[in-house]
Design a protein around this ligand. Structure first.
Ligand code: GLA
Length: 336
């Protein structure tokens, strides 16, 4: 019998592009996960059920999904007997729900095969594969939440100390994620550009990272990071007192800041958030993840979620001629 290892994707409720500025983020792990099963093999081999492909791992990157497998196997599988890894993911690929972190974390657990590892060490080593082997200069949010997610809770992560605490979520609402079904070509290069712009702004403002900036000096990227960090903490306070209205307003404000100051939104995401803002049962909505396509998340009164799903689907189809996937996600446990 083969063993299975599972790690979830995530939705970030608020705190976007703050993680690599040592700031605050508030993601939830979701009930869409990647599962890896293992069998002993003569050489390292990987199958993707989604791509319908099997490859023997070479020593060089191929520029596709097997790069993640190779990076993780080099980090976690060295010195052990080879495995055949079968990957089955329910996290939609490239849609801003952290399909890569869920793949990396589940692969790492598969390579460890039940060997204990301190969770924070797992997070740091998987994150290192993403930044050094894959080459995306991302923050730590995605790997962190895939490991530390908790059912019914959001996780407030201080990306400077890498400590977190669980935030209870109000009852009576649904987290409705709407996938634009687009990923604009510039997404990865623009991400790297934003990381570099933030470093320039931090230097100009005389701080080590934008986490410590208090005034933006008229610099829009810095203004987003400063205001977004404040919004995360306000959102947590609103969560704790069950103030859905305030939570929703902060989500809309976050989207506006990402659109105007940080410039990582796109017409499809703006349309979804605008539609949500006109729907009576919606408290708030925003883009989630890196941007330039991917998903928007709406905080919707539980009784209105089905009607919202239909309305937004029809509207998006009418405007862009494609059907958005809608996921009504549940805050879930991290990897196992
Ligand atoms: C991507 C990155 C994360 C984070 C978000 C934006 O998902 O992987 O580290 O920076 O974008 O908040």
């Amino acid at each position: 019998m083969s063993h299975r290892f599972r790690a979830p994707g995530r939705v970030n409720l608020i705190g976007e592009h703050t993680d690599y500025n040592q700031g605050f983020v508030l993601p939830i792990a979701i009930d869409l996960a990647c599962t890896v099963s293992i069998e002993p093999a003569a050489e390292w081999t990987a199958t993707s059920l989604q791509f319908g492909e099997t490859h023997v791992l070479g020593s060089a990157k191929r520029g596709d999904w097997t790069d993640y497998v190779l990076g993780i196997v080099e980090e976690f599988g060295r010195g052990r007997a080879p495995l055949h890894l079968t990957v089955d993911s329910a996290v939609p690929l490239g849609s801003g729900l952290s399909s890569s972190a869920s793949l990396e974390v589940s692969l790492a657990l598969a390579c460890l095969e039940g060997q204990p590892i301190p969770p924070m060490e797992l997070v740091r080593r998987v994150h290192r594969v993403e930044t050094e082997f894959i080459g995306l200069p991302c923050g730590i949010m995605d790997q962190y939440i895939s490991v530390f997610g908790r059912a019914g809770r959001a996780v407030l992560i201080d990306c400077r100390t890498q400590r977190s605490h669980l935030v209870p979520l109000p009852a009576g609402v649904e987290y409705v994620v709407v996938n634009t079904m687009v990923k604009h070509a510039l997404a990865n290069s623009a991400y790297a550009t934003r990381v570099a712009e933030c470093a320039v702004d931090a230097q100009a403002l005389g701080v080590g990272s934008l986490r410590d900036a208090v005034i933006s000096g008229g610099r829009p990227r810095a203004r987003h990071i400063i205001s977004e960090n404040a919004r995360v903490l306000e959102f947590v306070a609103a969560c704790e007192r069950g103030d859905l209205k305030a939570m929703g307003q902060l989500m809309f404000a976050s989207h506006l800041s990402l659109r105007e100051d940080y410039e990582v939104s796109c017409p499809e995401l703006d349309f979804l958030v605008d539609q949500a803002s006109q729907f009576p049962g919606v408290y708030g909505a925003r883009m989630t993840g890196g941007g330039f396509g991917g998903c928007a998340i709406a905080l919707v009164d539980a009784g209105d979620a089905t009607a919202f799903e239909h309305t937004v689907t029809d509207a998006y189809q009418g405007r862009f001629g494609r059907t958005p996937a809608v996921y009504r996600v549940t805050p879930s446990d991290g990897a196992a």
